[in-house]
Design a protein around this ligand. Structure first.
Ligand SMILES: [Zn+2]
Ligand SMILES: [Zn+2]
Length: 330
């Protein structure tokens, strides 16, 4: 499949969308979606749950019209006219396979059902409104609702990060961290908006009075700001959950190689497939370390395959800190 994708000369478009919408039979819906998407050559990762759908996909650009028609056809028509977030820095090689998964939730929030209702989400801000608000009011608290490794390579000027690796951990930590901001205007953002639908409802539920949510997240903000020719207040790279692992928004390099400390902002996964730790590694270190996160992994890489299989279980995720994470997902 991967090879076929690389050899296909047709340009592809990468885009994402989500919708919170009650899907009564999510398993059947998942099957129907898979068949329909396969027909129009969609690749990507899609989550379907009773609470809705979250999709990151790519497709041949010539299929876009067929795709939009599909979204207007039952049982998919609750997606008719939905905002599609087009990737900014798109090489069309974002995905190599089509995976449609039926899950309990489209965003794992770790909360009991019904505690927060995405329908209670905060007031949306467009790019111009966001700029106006942060420029005119020094009291505004800007919160990055993504994980620490996403913040590291790019974020809004003046934004505050929450030091966690998953959204599930984040909500209670965030409310605690921003206790003092309950009376202040709070603006939150994430990659495409899906996490803020829940986070902003959660903040309101916890007594925050004035909560705003950047509409369509970093992706839509950047598109609007560039179209309008206004100041782009997001600096660096937007981390994305596909093969690209990031799209450049501005030329600023905010992060450093985790091994030598040189300015660098490209994430890789450790070349030891049993480790697979996500980290930032510059090209010099990549060569020296053979793409590994540690000497331990580098040595492991040279063991015979049989021995690797036997010893692979040593590399268990410990989740203690981001550099030592074995897998990344939210
Ligand atoms: Zn380095
Ligand atoms: Zn490793």
């Amino acid at each position: 499949m991967e090879e076929r994708l690389l050899n296909d000369p047709r340009p592809r478009t990468t885009l994402s969308f989500y919708k919170y919408h009650r899907i009564e039979n999510a398993a059947d819906f998942r099957d129907a979606l898979f068949i329909a998407f396969e027909k129009i050559e969609v690749l990507g990762r899609i989550y379907v749950a009773t609470e809705g759908i979250n999709a990151q996909i790519s497709l041949p650009t010539e299929r876009l019209e067929a795709f939009e028609q599909l979204l207007a056809t039952p049982p998919f028509d609750f997606l008719d006219g939905i905002r599609l977030n087009y990737a900014i820095d798109d090489d069309g090689k974002s995905f190599a396979t089509l995976k449609v998964k039926h899950r309990e939730k489209i965003v794992a929030d770790g909360l009991p059902d019904g505690l927060i209702n995405p329908a209670d989400a905060a007031t949306y801000l467009k790019a111009q409104e966001y700029n106006n608000l942060v420029e005119s009011n020094p009291d505004v608290v800007v919160i990055d609702m993504r994980n620490a490794y996403e913040f590291e390579v790019g974020h809004f000027e003046g934004a505050q990060k929450i030091d966690v690796d998953t959204f599930r951990e984040q909500l209670p930590v965030a409310v605690e961290q921003f206790q003092d901001a309950k009376e202040k205007p709070v603006v939150m953002y994430c990659t495409g908006g899906i996490r803020c639908e829940k986070a902003s409802a959660y903040f309101k539920h916890h007594g925050f009075k004035e909560v705003y949510h950047l509409e369509g997240g970093i992706i839509e903000y950047t598109r609007q700001a560039k179209n309008l020719g206004i100041d782009v207040k997001f600096k660096g790279k937007n981390f994305v959950f596909d093969r690209r692992l990031g799209e450049k928004i501005t030329d600023d390099v905010l992060a450093n190689c985790h091994q030598c400390g040189e300015p660098f902002d490209h994430h890789v996964n450790c070349a030891n497939q049993y480790c697979h730790t996500l980290f930032i590694q510059c090209l010099t270190c990549a060569e020296e370390m053979q793409g590994c996160c540690s000497n331990e992994c580098k040595e492991f890489l040279h063991l015979p395959e049989e021995q690797q299989k036997e010893l692979g279980h040593r590399f268990k995720p410990d989740g203690s800190k981001y550099l030592k994470r074995k897998k990344f997902r939210d």
